[in-house]
Design a protein around this ligand. Structure first.
Ligand code: BDR
Ligand code: CA
Length: 314
């Protein structure tokens, strides 16, 4: 049996999404089948452009990019330029990419690809779950055909980021998140708590990256600039949580998810106060069967090794 990993990434491409894409596009043994984009961190057109720019830098013009939903299922879009810069790329203003997006809608592309490769694709959803909820509504049979779904979203009974109660991706489209967690996918949740409890990259790591002097290292420092500056302002030190890149790294090398457990999870969508809150029933109080594997900790050393290897490469 082939050892290659067939990946499909759904992204609201900005900041950490870019390095996550770079990793999937360049890591040996990974076959990145496609990238689908969705409104989230930035509006859809900008996120799509950033995905194309990233694939251009990765020298992967062969990876198709399918734009999807321009807004969440039921709500107005809430964006995060304050975290990722006005262009979503640390204010670096990269030139217009020469690559072009595909005409097919992301939700249709997701359905088509999963049906073309039943049991083979692992999908990483690192953005609001709008495209995946739409894909599921178009064809619920994808649930049994997707090998594994990695969701960067939610938080395991932990503080949120853009709301006190919720992580950004679940907050932006809580209805979509609710649909996806109850759909029956072979789902792994990589929540905000895992990467926020202690920083994944800190000052000493950035110094190492700066010293690499490669095109990828310079891209990394540019696209993550706004996030790093925010860390500096808040804590006196540059630091990053890397939720999306960490999720892709875990999908590529499962050892990076150093601890996990199976639990029942749910997403709040009715209350405005706790919109997007993710419940993880750690004590089994609700007596409901587990619907997700929940990541409880990450091997940060192994993750950094992977990112350093990537950034040294080119
Ligand atoms: C998530 O929200 C976005 O800002 C990041 O891209 C990541 O997917 C973290 O809450
Ligand atoms: Ca993201």
């Amino acid at each position: 049996m082939s050892q290659r990993k067939m990946l499909l990434i759904d992204t609201d491409t900005a900041g950490d999404d870019c390095t996550a894409l770079l990793l999937a596009a360049c890591w040996p043994g990974v076959e990145l089948k496609a990238v689908t984009t969705v409104a989230g961190n930035v509006p859809l057109s900008l996120g799509t452009r950033n995905a194309l720019t990233t694939l251009e830098i990765a020298e992967r013009p062969d990876v198709p990019v399918y734009p999807g939903a321009v807004k969440p299922l039921m709500r107005e879009l809430f964006t995060a330029e304050h975290i990722h810069g006005s262009d979503g790329m640390g204010g670096s203003n990269f030139p217009e990419p020469s690559l072009q997006p595909q005409d097919e809608h992301a939700a249709q592309a997701i359905v088509r690809l999963i049906n073309e490769y039943p049991g083979e694709i692992e999908m990483i959803a690192q953005a609001p779950l709008t495209n995946l909820a739409l894909a599921y509504s178009l064809d619920p049979s994808i649930v049994g055909k997707l090998k594994r779904l990695w969701v960067m979203g939610g938080a395991n009974n932990y503080i949120g980021n853009d709301s006190p109660a919720a992580e950004f991706n679940f907050f932006v489209d809580p209805e979509a998140a609710n649909i996806v967690v109850h759909a029956g996918f072979n789902l792994t949740m990589m929540g905000w708590d895992v990467c926020h409890r202690s920083p994944v990259m800190a000052e000493e790591h950035f110094r190492e990256i700066e010293a690499m002097n490669t095109a990828f290292a310079s891209f990394y420092m540019k696209v993550l600039r706004t996030g790093m500056e925010l860390g500096l302002k808040r804590t006196g030190q540059r630091r990053l949580s890397h939720p999306d890149t960490l999720t892709v790294a875990m999908a590529i090398d499962n050892r990076i998810m150093s601890r996990s457990g199976r639990y029942y999870i749910d997403v709040e969508y009715k209350s405005e106060l706790t919109r997007g809150y993710s419940l993880v029933d750690m004590n089994g109080v609700l007596k409901k069967p587990p619907n997700a594997e929940v990541c409880l900790d990450a091997d940060r050393e192994l993750f950094r090794e992977m990112v350093f290897t990537l950034l040294q490469q080119h």
